[in-house]
Design a protein around this ligand. Structure first.
Ligand SMILES: Cc1ncc(COP(=O)(O)O)c(C=O)c1O
Length: 389
């Protein structure tokens, strides 16, 4: 077996369907730390984003890097998404394994092993598109893919983020020309994702910077038009610009991800509605138990770096938003109890809003799915957990 075959074989054994519980559970009966997904809120967020984009004439291709769960992708498709995005080839493989067939891979592939992986995913029923941002990347795909699939390629354009993408007009045109001249490929469009703008806290600044960035792409579109290259898909945008990028005429679709769950990083931003970003509700929490009280004003919970992403703000307690949480190592967090919170006792289960939802999800194996009756009836597998290869 090659390394890729071995890794894929493991992936294809992962569960994708809901796992029903023998008996419904209250959140405080879960084995903590537990990732809790509130289904009615999830569905409301999905419906709200789809309705918003449809009303503004934009398509939605949600990013599965946020949830890594084919069951959630299916709900997004049912609400009108024309496909989903995947960040890495393995994430695409996990989605295909879970029955999702329309996928845009949003990171470039430039190595033999990944090109082989892509080739192994192609099948008549799979509509896989991907981005390229370099000639070496295009060459490696050309070596591994055959004309029978005629895979759709989008050129990833970077303006100022400096993460992925090609910046110079000549390089962009060179890639489009090469793609169009090769029977293995089809020029499908342009991707531009300005991730560094998504979390600008001032809404007006976020709006101004995002629209200005898209305006700077006009020269590229003009040059493509003049040469007869039609970018049928122009994709980008995220939750932070969901109500901004709808004003970009050339944009055909948004790649929104975090809106399904919302996290504290997003909620702390300004929005068109005021000082907080409350257009979507929090559907994702981590339930932790209080397990120790070595000193009076604090109490220790069983969730630390292995339960919450720690790259941004601190987790926020749902029931007591003023309660301060400190990371206290891999397995623990410490809560500082103010006067009003002294009643918190040992053995209590407390829910926290995630600091940053995507990397938090990646730490867990299952969503514990809470339904409209407030009870957890099933678990949904996070099939693409760890799929960053
Ligand atoms: C390429 C790309 N598109 C879309 C998204 C989704 O962004 P958000 O979660 O802010 O909606 C991300 C998130 O990191 C991304 O990297």
């Amino acid at each position: 077996m090659t390394g890729i075959e071995l890794a894929l074989a493991g992936l294809r054994q992962r569960p994708t369907a809901p796992i029903a519980l023998k008996q419904p559970l209250e959140v405080d009966q879960l084995p903590t730390p537990a990732l809790v997904l509130d289904l009615p809120t999830l569905d409301r967020n999905i419906a709200k984003m789809s309705g918003h984009l449809q009303r503004h004439g934009k398509a939605i291709r949600p990013h599965s890097k946020t949830h890594k769960c084919p069951l959630i992708a299916q709900r997004q498709l049912a609400a009108g998404a024309l496909g989903i995005c995947a960040a890495k080839p393995s994430e695409a493989a996990a989605m295909i394994h879970g029955g999702i067939k329309q996928i845009l891979l949003t990171s470039p592939v430039v190595t033999e092993s990944k090109a082989q992986l892509i080739a192994s995913l192609l099948a008549p029923e799979v509509d896989l598109m991907m981005v390229v941002d370099s000639m070496p990347g295009l060459d490696i795909l050309a070596r591994h893919l055959s004309p029978e699939h005629r895979i759709g390629l989008l050129v990833d354009v970077d303006l100022s983020m400096g993460r992925t993408g090609v910046r110079e007009l000549d390089d962009i045109l060179g890639l489009v020309e090469q793609i169009s001249a090769d029977p293995r490929f089809r020029f499908a469009g342009i991707q531009h994702y300005a991730g560094h703008l998504m979390h600008l806290s001032d809404y007006d600044k976020r709006r101004e910077k995002s629209l200005t960035a898209w305006e700077r792409l006009d020269d590229i579109f003009r040059a493509l038009d003049e040469r007869g290259f039609v970018p049928a898909i122009v994709t980008g945008g995220g939750t932070g610009t969901f109500d901004i990028d709808i004003d970009v005429g050339r944009l055909t679709e948004l790649q929104v991800g975090s809106y399904v769950f919302m996290d504290e990083e997003y909620r702390a931003l300004g929005s068109a509605r005021g000082e907080r970003f409350v257009d979507f509700d929090v559907s994702l929490t981590v339930a932790c138990s209080t397990i120790s009280r070595p000193q009076q004003p604090t109490i220790t919970v069983d969730g630390g770096y292995k339960a919450f992403a720690s790259d941004s703000v601190a987790p926020i307690c749902v029931q007591m938003p003023d309660l301060r949480y400190h990371f206290a190592g891999d397995e623990h967090g410490v809560l500082v109890l103010g006067d009003g919170e002294r009643a918190v006792d040992l053995g209590q289960v407390i829910e926290f809003i995630t600091p940053h939802c995507d990397p938090t999800v990646n730490l867990h194996e299952l969503y514990w799915v809470r339904e409209a009756d407030g009870m957890v009836h099933s678990c949904w597998p996070i099939t693409a957990r760890g799929c960053s290869w």
